[in-house]
Design a protein around this ligand. Structure first.
Ligand SMILES: NC(=O)c1ccc[n+]([C@@H]2O[C@H](COP(=O)([O-])OP(=O)(O)OC[C@H]3O[C@@H](n4cnc5c(N)ncnc54)[C@H](O)[C@@H]3O)[C@@H](O)[C@H]2O)c1
Length: 376
């Protein structure tokens, strides 16, 4: 097997999911390349070392530029807050490293364009971690749509609901709450949550032409975790938009961190002339499917338990009837990335594809701000 030396930047939530993906991929998929956990980078040496010891990294760095400069690193994995994606990804590409970047690709389209240009000029393999494409039930939805089973598609709707910022005492900024600080995150729920819904929608249902959006910031001021000062909140706490897809269908999307009772409720539904499907992250191994051609006396929504060997990715797991979960989406994404190195076929979504999501996010934010329709 060919080693692929990984340099990971950031040891938070995504640092953990990706590290697990690198360790597991070869145990379940036949792959020519195998990831080697070469180094992890974080600003605190103690924390980086503790993470390295726990996750199995061989070494640590405290400056990401030092990590990128190392000859023994093949691929840089960007698991930092959004405001660092551009600088790190461009530097890594210029150093000839492969780049695996967390989503959203960038803070905005202008940054994303620069990143695409740098990565394409360097000609290095690249990928953005829109992992929900690798949920077997979502991949099955893609298969059913591509096979034409739904027929002409009329409607696409998606929600991503959370409730963790309702308390006005939650601070903004800093290690735990950078998502509430526009300087670090770029936007609120639009780039954080709707970006996932948009990426899946573009994958399942094609391009989006134009959008009409509204956003709201319910808590207007929060203490900044680093300065202690009360500052205006400039992210979107909630966002809703509707849109036209290139295929003539209508889309409606909603995301908020103020839906009491919901922790990470990502749902999507697609309605076609012949069939409909829907999926829910809280029950991620099931795909609900309605086929109008069924015999009318038994016609109804069926709940497909996506665990059989002939369903996407499942042939690599247990036996039919036994399900997998969230962490496996990252294992699948690592496996697909490694396979793309064998085949030379770019893995999706790459930077260029993730830029399409960024364009929709920017159009959504501009539409809400200017209170008018925006072309993507
Ligand atoms: N694909 C997904 O489903 C998904 C889920 C969560 C987060 N994300 C994305 O992943 C990225 C990271 O999010 P997270 O939830 O892991 O955040 P996190 O706060 O848990 O971790 C961020 C990490 O970045 C490190 N960091 C910050 N500045 C740094 C610097 N200058 N040098 C080195 N390390 C630095 C922090 O120390 C921390 O380890 C974000 O872009 C986020 O949008 C994606």
């Amino acid at each position: 097997m060919k080693p692929l030396n990984i340099g990971m930047i950031g040891y938070g939530f995504m640092g953990r999911t990706h590290s697990n993906g690198y360790r597991q991929a070869n145990r379940f998929f036949d792959l020519e390349y195998h990831p080697v956990l070469k180094a992890v980078c974080a600003r605190s040496a103690d924390k980086a070392q503790a993470f390295a010891d726990q996750q199995g990294y061989e070494s640590i760095e405290t400056d990401w530029r030092q990590l990128i400069a190392r000859d023994d690193i093949d691929a840089i994995d960007v698991c930092t807050p959004n405001n660092l994606h551009k600088e790190i990804a461009i530097a890594a590409a210029q150093a000839g490293k492969m780049v695996l970047c967390e989503k959203p690709l960038a803070m905005n389209v202008a940054e994303g364009v620069e990143m695409c240009e740098a990565i394409e000029k360097a000609g290095v393999p690249n990928m953005v971690w829109y992992n929900y494409r690798r949920v077997p039930a979502v991949a099955l939805a893609k298969q059913l749509i591509d096979e034409g089973r739904l027929g002409k598609i009329f409607h696409y709707r998606a929600n991503f609901l959370q409730d963790w910022t309702i308390n006005a005492d939650v601070p903004q900024g800093g290690a735990a709450t950078w998502r509430l600080d526009a300087e670090a995150a770029g936007s609120g729920v639009t780039g954080d949550l709707l970006a996932h819904c948009i990426d899946t929608a573009l994958w399942l249902n094609g391009g989006i032409q134009d959008v009409s959006a509204m956003t709201e910031t319910f808590v207007k001021e929060r203490v900044h975790a680093e300065t202690g000062a009360k500052q205006a909140v400039t992210i979107d706490d909630a966002c809703m938009f509707h849109c036209h897809f290139d295929n003539g269908s209508l889309g409606i999307f909603e995301s908020t961190r103020y839906a009491r009772g919901h922790k990470a409720m990502y749902t999507l539904e697609v309605n076609g002339e012949n069939a409909s499907l829907r999926w829910d992250l809280h029950d991620l191994h099931r795909l609900e499917y309605f086929d109008h051609s069924d015999d009318s006396i038994v016609r109804g929504w069926r709940s497909v338990h996506v665990s059989d060997g002939d369903q996407p990715y499942m042939g690599n797991w247990w036996v039919p009837g036994l399900q997998i979960g969230y962490e496996h989406t990252f294992i699948h994404q690592v496996a697909d990335f490694l396979k793309s190195l064998e085949s030379g076929e770019p893995v999706q979504p790459n930077f260029r594809a993730a830029l399409e999501t960024q364009k929709v996010c920017d159009a959504v934010l501009a539409s809400a701000k200017e209170r008018c329709w925006k072309d993507v």
